[in-house]
Design a protein around this ligand. Structure first.
Ligand code: FE
Length: 229
């Protein structure tokens, strides 16, 4: 069996938000799909260890924010590589409260769906929640983020059409610079791209990054990075 065949399945990238009492939480998910059109229903798949899972089980409501292709890594990192048990992920985030009382993230969102759980199915580590669509809106006509595209920019394997792409001759020149990988989230610091979101210019070696620099995705310190072989 070649499990890698499973990697050929395509997905999107979403923020799933829910609530428990007065508390809000949200997480990144890639498994969201429509199950019926009349009435409109969707299904999502969530890891049982996640705080959002606990919130959905308790409140039976959640929202799906469909992320734009232009969503910055830092935003994905805020919802994706940190736990809401440690801090409030909604601090400083643009969101609103939906009809069911669940929070809906509006930042980097091209459309959202608000849902109420009808049924669920436990599959080992995860739960599939099948839900009725209570409300849905389009926010912009921008392109949605796909999981594949996200993986590509995370590894900085940018397509030639992407603004981050660097011409081959420059790549050759800086090709010998060492890449470093975050041991927490797997983000790769590639000197040829730098970290423009944090003001680090392309062609900056890892060693020359300021000590205050942190992983743009998960916020880990420089010391958490390991040389890539
Ligand atoms: Fe990281």
């Amino acid at each position: 069996m070649n499990r890698k065949a499973l990697h050929k399945i395509s997905y999107g990238l979403y923020v799933i938000s829910s609530k428990k009492g007065e508390q809000f939480n949200g997480q990144i998910a890639n498994a969201v799909f429509q199950t019926t059109s009349e009435p409109p229903t969707v299904a999502i798949c969530i890891n049982k260890q996640n705080l959002t899972h606990e919130f959905i089980q308790e409140s039976k409501v959640f929202s799906v924010s469909i992320l734009s292709k232009e969503t910055p890594m830092k935003f994905i990192g805020n919802f994706g590589f940190k736990s809401g048990r440690d801090f409030n992920k909604f601090d400083g985030i643009n969101y609103k409260i939906g009809l069911t009382g669940t929070p809906i993230v509006l930042e980097n969102t091209i459309g959202y769906i608000e849902c109420e759980v009808m049924n669920s199915l436990e599959i080992g580590t995860h739960t599939i929640f099948v839900c009725e669509v209570i409300d849905a809106e389009i926010i912009s006509d921008d392109e949605p983020m796909t999981y594949k595209y996200y993986q590509d920019i995370k590894g900085r394997k940018s397509p030639k059409t992407a603004p981050t792409y660097i011409a081959e001759d420059i790549q050759k020149e800086v090709g010998k610079m060492q890449k470093y990988k975050c041991s927490v989230c797997g983000y790769v610091y590639d000197p040829e791209y730098g970290d423009p979101d944090s003001g680090i210019k392309p062609n900056t070696p890892f060693e020359e990054l300021p000590d205050t620099w942190v992983c743009p995705i998960c916020g880990a310190e420089k010391s958490k990075f390991e040389k890539m072989v």
